[in-house]
Design a protein around this ligand. Structure first.
Ligand code: ADP
Ligand code: MG
Length: 492
């Protein structure tokens, strides 16, 4: 059964070749509401056979989609954007229920999802190659061609938004897609696939296989008929996927974790910096790869900054997504346990708990906004991605130390600097090891800017025109214009 013709409790099927279909072995799993720990729906659990069917459907649909006029592909993708916009509230309610986030944050995610389709729709008829002046006897030019079947493995923190981030550029570039959403949050992707069909995406061009990393995700990324892989998630899973992809030499775009420094200097506006940092660590309960999870503050303003951060943290009201307070629960029991164990670890390592650290006495996977001070760079809470509402504060004596500490992690997704000194801001923008640098702000607020990681934070770029590079391969065509070719062969 599909999504729109069902209430939320109805069992959800896989979406393959434009049809709703049960898993080959009839298997299903439950997705739950993390605010109540209650199951909300049963979802088909894809097996390797189902993945085989989905990749087959995408392969079959690919040539006609590739050969659809680019402006027509653009119009179809623009219609998806409009439908996502029209259904924003419904999608947000579904996302909030399944993932836990406050409904207004889910609405903003869906607004962003609509924007991905709109933004890439406009690029559909501008995917041009170039001509290369190699001399009078040849015409040489490049073609930008789709790969074919794009596998998309998405995580549970922004499921609907990341569906759009990958599927929109894949489609305008002429690829067919098979999406495997995270098992914790499968519902919004199924609904989005339905909207794609309603917009006129031909059967088989977008497929969704719900299920677990193993077997469904693993079967998808190791499938020889998958031509390119886009993955967002943890470093270990990204590494596993890259190893599997190596078997078939399938290209990967990986957006992995972060441990992102927010560097604060004494000349910064501390109220503004604290506002940005609180938003940047507590939005989506900190389950954001680009969260500001490490504050690196000059020791002379450490106390006034911490005071401001604690004051903001303590203002957060927690509740189920549908109540639309400031923060929802963590998305799953596993994540709840993981975050709680990092809080315990921080205490063991000798950091000072300035606020939070406890789970309120209520059902659901809630953890209070938490701030650790006296954090040293070699502590595990300063090095490992916690993926929860846990801020670590490190203090430094000068600019040189600030830069060294900021870069002292294996990640390099985003970084920020708060300062009124334009020269220092630019020095940091160049020297911070991260794919995105924010100056006196946090979070990319547009789909137009490229996003991705340095170091272990990933390979390739999402968003912006750069994302299209993951979905297009370059072919060079050389045409001989000279007469009497081959005459210099020996004996000619
Ligand atoms: P987490 O561990 O926080 O759940 P992951 O990075 O493991 O995050 O999960 C992100 C996505 O990767 C999910 O859709 C998950 O099902 C999928 N996944 C997990 N393991 C694999 C794997 N070996 N191959 C392909 N996909 C996987
Ligand atoms: Mg869920």
């Amino acid at each position: 059964m599909g999504v729109s013709d069902a209430n939320v409790e109805a069992p959800y099927d896989l979406y393959i070749g434009g049809k709703w279909t049960a898993a080959a072995d009839g298997g299903r799993f439950e997705t739950e509401n993390p605010a109540t720990e209650e199951p909300i729906a049963e979802v088909a659990e894809a097996t390797a056979d189902d993945v085989e069917r989905a990749v087959g459907a995408a392969r079959e649909a690919f040539p006609a989609w590739r050969d659809t006029a680019p402006d027509e592909r653009g119009r179809i993708v623009a219609r998806i954007g409009q439908l996502v916009r029209d259904h924003r509230d419904e999608l947000a309610a579904l996302e909030s229920l399944d993932q836990g986030k406050p409904v207004s944050q889910a609405k903003s995610d869906m607004e962003g999802a609509a924007r991905y389709f709109e933004y890439y729709a406009g690029a559909a008829d501008k995917l041009e190659g170039r001509s290369v002046p190699v001399g009078p006897d040849q015409v040489d030019f490049t073609l930008r061609e789709p790969y074919g079947v794009s596998a998309q493995i998405t995580p549970w923190n922004f499921p609907g938004n990341l569906f759009a981030r990958g599927v929109a550029p894949a489609l305008v570039a002429g690829n067919a897609a098979v999406v495997k959403p995270a098992e914790q949050t499968p519902l919004s992707s199924l609904r989005l696939a339905e909207l794609c069909a309603q917009a006129g995406v031909p059967d088989g061009v977008v497929n969704v296989v719900t299920g677990f990393g193993d077997p469904a995700g693993a079967a998808l990324v190791s499938h020889p008929d998958v031509d390119t892989i886009t993955f967002t998630g943890s470093v270990p899973t990204g590494q596993a996927i890259m190893k599997q992809a190596a078997e078939n030499v399938t290209p990967v775009t990986l957006e992995l974790g972060g441990k992102n420094p927010a560097v604060v200097f004494p000349d910064a506006d501390l109220d503004e910096a604290a506002d940005w940092i609180a938003k940047a660590i507590f939005t989506n309960a900190g389950q954001v790869c680009s969260a500001a999870d490490r504050v690196v503050v000059h020791e002379s303003v450490r106390d006034p900054l911490v005071e401001r951060l604690v004051e903001r943290a303590e203002r957060y009201e927690l509740g189920p997504g549908r109540e639309d307070l400031d923060m929802g629960p963590l998305a799953s029991a596993d994540q709840f346990e993981k975050v709680r164990s990092y809080v315990a670890l921080g205490r063991e390592e000798g950091a000072t708990l300035a606020t939070g650290g406890t789970a309120p006495d209520r059902e659901g996977y809630f953890v209070e906004p938490t701030v650790f001070t006296d954090v040293e760079s070699d502590m595990r809470i300063a090095q490992e991605e916690i993926f929860g509402p846990v801020l670590t504060v490190l203090s430094v004596a000068d600019e040189t130390e600030a830069l060294a500490v900021a870069n002292d992690v294996e990640f390099g997704l985003v970084a920020g600097v708060f300062t009124a000194d334009v020269r220092r801001a630019h020095r940091f923008a160049r020297r911070l090891e991260a794919g995105n640098v924010y100056v006196n702000k946090w979070f990319g607020d547009t789909n137009q800017t490229p996003f991705g990681g340095y170091k272990k934070s990933g390979i390739g770029r999402e968003k912006g025109l750069e994302a299209l590079d993951s979905y297009l391969q370059t072919k060079n065509v050389a045409v001989n214009l000279a007469e009497g070719s081959g005459t210099d062969l020996p004996g000619a």
